[in-house]
Design a binder for this molecule. Structure first.
Ligand SMILES: NC(=O)c1ccc[n+]([C@@H]2O[C@H](COP(=O)([O-])OP(=O)(O)OC[C@H]3O[C@@H](n4cnc5c(N)ncnc54)[C@H](O)[C@@H]3O)[C@@H](O)[C@H]2O)c1
Length: 340
């Protein structure tokens, strides 16, 4: 498929390589950073666009990938959706609920087709875990959790590396940017939450609103409890997600925060646990992780299948992150039914 890229930074390279691996082509790209855009065009042999050329090129694409910082999206979304071209939009969809409402309006106005880039959802190890939960083998949720820690942006109070993430004009913090994945994964496993109570912690002195650590505890609507514990401040990395159900348990473990090494499960009917090894590494093979979601999206587009992480999922997740920040700021538990 022919794909147009808006934003040609780090993750855009993995998007481009996924498109090529699937037999397609990056036909054109735009980025505000001219040197970065040139490097991107050199790798993919694509046209370099100016801002004013984006819209006239959109209709040439089978879909557009938008991977700019999340505060810089609305104009691009309109340029794409008004031409009825499908959109792959990186998470988080934005950083404010006002932007989320504008995106929803555009989606409805143009009958837009949007996938939000919750890439971890489409990784084979998580799909295995989800399949076990959805089959009913593990029963109803009792305790569902997601722990992932490692060195990230803001590690030891430094910027770690230059990025929009720690640029005071563009920064949105860990809870909005990255915990978006946890909300997506946990609610896929156990359904929506009834209540939520969260705490965040910031570790960069001169960027006091930039949170780098998160803990949250939720009551699950259909029963049971859920927790998230995540950090960008750890010297050591680890990933441990679990579903403890009324009939069985399943763990997804990895040796760093985004490593999906193995899935282990045991139900009351099994004499011993089973383990499947995936060794699916984000650290060493980011391109491979992003490949899965492009493969899925292209299948949805070619065969007119519904998308499992549409704009509504991105909006729900942004609301949860926003409410978590409110919970932490105001030291209170949030009753979600009244706010979602
Ligand atoms: N799904 C995932 O696993 C995953 C992984 C990494 C990043 N992301 C998301 O992808 C997005 C980009 O992250 P990244 O790591 O590639 O960041 P990055 O800084 O490497 O790339 C962002 C690019 O956007 C460009 N840019 C900035 N403002 C722009 C504007 N107004 N118009 C056009 N281009 C502009 C920058 O020059 C840069 O090249 C973020 O939303 C991030 O959360 C998702």
């Amino acid at each position: 498929m022919n794909v147009l890229m808006i934003g040609a930074g780090d993750i855009a390279k993995s998007h481009g390589r996924a498109v090529v691996k699937l037999g397609g082509k990056v036909i054109a790209a735009f980025d505000v950073n001219e040197a970065g855009l040139k490097r991107y065009a050199d790798e993919f042999g694509c046209e370099m666009l100016t801002y004013d050329q984006i819209e006239e090129n959109v209709p040439r694409a089978d879909y557009v990938v938008l991977s700019t910082p999340p505060t810089k999206r609305l104009d691009y979304v309109e340029m794409v959706l008004k031409h009825h071209v499908p959109l792959y939009m990186e998470k988080p969809i934005g950083t404010s609920l006002e932007d989320a409402a504008k995106l929803k309006e555009m989606e409805q106005k143009y009958d837009g087709k949007i996938i939000v880039g919750f890439a971890h959802f489409y990784r084979p190890a998580f799909q295995k875990m989800l399949e076990l939960v959805e089959s009913g083998e593990l029963g109803d949720p009792i305790n569902v959790f997601d722990n992932r820690v490692g060195p990230g942006y803001g590690f030891r109070g430094t910027y770690f590396q230059p990025s929009w993430r720690t640029d005071p004009k563009l920064a949105c913090g860990f809870t909005i940017e990255s915990i978006s994945h946890e909300w997506n994964l946990l609610t896929a496993l156990c359904g929506e939450f009834e209540t939520m109570s969260a705490n965040v912690w910031c570790t960069i002195d001169n960027l006091p609103t930039y949170d780098t650590n998160f803990s949250g505890t939720m009551k699950i609507k259909k029963g049971g409890i859920a927790t998230i514990n995540a950090s960008w401040s750890a010297d050591l990395g680890g990933n441990f997600k679990g579903y403890i159900g009324t009939k069985g348990s399943c763990f997804l473990r990895g040796s760093d925060m985004f490593e999906f090494d193995e899935v282990t499960w045991k139900t009351s009917d099994m004499a011993q646990a089973e383990t499947l090894h995936f060794n699916d590494s984000y650290k060493y093979n980011q391109d491979g992780v992003i490949f899965n979601i492009h493969k899925y999206f292209q299948d949805c587009l070619k065969n007119n299948k519904p998308i499992r992480t549409p704009l509504d999922e991105g909006i729900k997740v942004l609301k949860l992150s926003t409410l978590a920040l409110e919970s932490s700021r105001e030291h209170k538990e949030i009753i979600l039914d009244e706010r979602m």
